[in-house]
Design a protein around this ligand. Sequence first.
Ligand SMILES: [Zn+2]
Ligand SMILES: [Zn+2]
Length: 391
Amino acid sequence: MTIATRLRELHPELTAWRRDLHAHPQTAFEETYASEFIASRLVAMGIEVHRGLAKTGVVGTLTGKRTGVGKLRAIGLRADIDALDIEEETGLEYRSKNPGKMHACGHDGHTTMLLGAARYLAETRDFAGTVQFIFQPAEENEGGGRVMVAEGLFERFPVDAVFGMHNWPGMAVGNFAVRSGPMMAAFDVFEIKITGRGTHAAMPHLGIDPVVAAAHLVTTLQTIVSRNTNPLDQIVLSITQIHAGDTWNVIPGTALLRGTVRTFLPEVQDMAEAAMRRIVAGVAASLDVQAELDYQRRYPARVNTERETEWAARAATDVAGCDRVDLAPQPCMGSEDFSFMLRRRPGAYIWVGNGSADGGRLLHNPRYDFNDEVIPVGGSYWVRLVESLLA
Ligand SMILES: [Zn+2]
Ligand SMILES: [Zn+2]
């Protein structure tokens, strides 16, 4: 039976799994429902299951029945399993049962596509070598990928290459996009605490105004992008929070700014952090406030390796046809903690079309929903990748 036929046959059951996961979203390292769900399904398929890596992480190990050696001996396929702190507004009958939590990035779909591929591969085992099915917690914000790697993912489950996939709203169902090199940006966060001296709003000369200093910083920090970065390199600097004051007639004593910096090149990232330190110190000195900068590098840029990208593109082409695989998509300033796995092993991360983004079907939107029509598409890609690399 072909991959497509079998996955079509499994489609109703896999759709029910996806909706079950959708209804039970949990965030960073608390994904006990998904973890249990995944482990019990893998066990039922006869796949060896390992739990506890990064708390709620699950790894399934499957060896093929063929002998000989293909292009590689072992590969890792990774799906993320966590949800977001968003109140769902879809009104779907399988909407979130957990207040304030929602699968708004489609990780319910990613988990299901990998489980679907595992099911098919466990039935056929028509490959030589080992597949590690990696179900990773805490992709959003908390770096579950980093934790799995730090806790010995690749020492305990050795692989020659590792592959990831994310749904992409706005790209047609049945389409893929992948490119070698940087495809998603590094993710840094910062916090600036400004301390002045509170006073009566009508007597500003008796205090030191932290709000004016905050306003200067918001505009001056943009010169890192416009004046310090080579215009041909990419960078985004966004201030996302400003907190100060409680009423009309009081100049507060403190102000707080928070935000994020996104870059592709390490030298641009280094420059941005250094420039931010210089500007924060300079603005503080000129306006007589104290300013404290906490700058944290969360995720490195996600960089696909060339050979593995070619293999991924070929597998996608086998599934979708060459006119449906975009080999030069524009990189995205969003970030992904799959980058921690790609820093340790060669590999590639592919986007799979989630269909129209109309009506709020955008990632991280309270009206988003993973498109169940994508399940056999992404599932087939995983199977094809395994059968072509472990041939
Ligand atoms: Zn997300
Ligand atoms: Zn995501």
